[in-house]
Design a protein around this ligand. Structure first.
Ligand code: TMP
Ligand code: MG
Length: 212
């Protein structure tokens, strides 16, 4: 069901606050789609394996300090360096589940006070997702979940601002899931949404670009 020329993979993005359950759900979704016989990969941003990604990682763990604009552009560069591979994978029929994308870039940086249009600009021309799923959780609830790690943004006060940024940023096309539900319920809802999306992409929906 993949790699046969005209059917392309879907670009599915999961977004949400830290500790909303994105990583758990993207892993389960990967297993599900593979089980249906779809060629599927799980990606995440930041991709910490590249040299840009290592700069980001060291910033997030407070081993280095960077100006807010600088780190914003590094997050963006980290997506640009994967763009051509992303396009090749999709065109060859592989569905990509992506844990965070440009929306995280804009939500987190604008939560620091950077201008939202300035934040969006470097993302122009990246591939647009076929579906964005937002795992919606109140910041207070996320903070209760096994506690945050010690990365830079994992603070309740800041996550409240990020939550507000996401509210400004999202549009009617986003699929919202209540992330306070049991894991299995979220998993089921996600499976239904993504199955439809994969089907539409297989039928030849053209790729599009941010910000559309
Ligand atoms: P992670 O926990 O999903 O690995 O992401 C690390 C942190 O980086 C998380 O707090 C969200 C933040 N982030 C940005 O600030 N900008 C971005 O573009 C991305 C992808 C993540
Ligand atoms: Mg994290």
């Amino acid at each position: 069901r993949s790699g046969n020329g005209d059917s392309r993979g879907a670009l599915v993005v999961l977004e949400g606050l830290d500790r909303c359950g994105k990583s758990t759900q993207s892993g389960r979704l990967l297993t599900y789609l593979k089980g249906l016989g779809h060629s599927t990969e799980l990606w995440r941003f930041p991709d910490r394996t590249t040299s840009v990604g290592q700069m980001i990682s060291s910033y997030l763990s407070s081993q280095s300090q960077l100006d807010d604009h600088t780190v914003h552009l590094l997050f963006s560069a980290n997506r640009w360096e994967k763009r051509s591979l992303m396009e090749r994978k999709l065109k060859s029929g592989t569905t990509l589940i992506v844990d965070r994308y440009s929306y995280s870039g804009v939500a987190f940086s604008s939560a620091k006070g950077l201008d939202i249009d300035w934040c969006k600009a470097p993302e122009i021309g990246l591939l647009a997702p076929d579906m964005v799923v937002y795992l919606n959780i109140p910041p207070e609830k996320a903070a209760e979940r096994g506690g945050y790690g010690d990365e830079r943004y994992e603070k309740l006060e800041f996550q409240r601002k990020v939550s507000h940024s996401y509210q400004v940023l999202h549009d009617a096309s986003w699929k919202m899931i209540d992330a306070c539900q049991p894991i299995e319920d979220i998993e089921k809802q996600l499976q239904e949404m993504v199955s439809d999306c994969v089907r539409i992409c297989q039928k030849g929906k053209p790729l599009s670009f941010l910000w559309s």
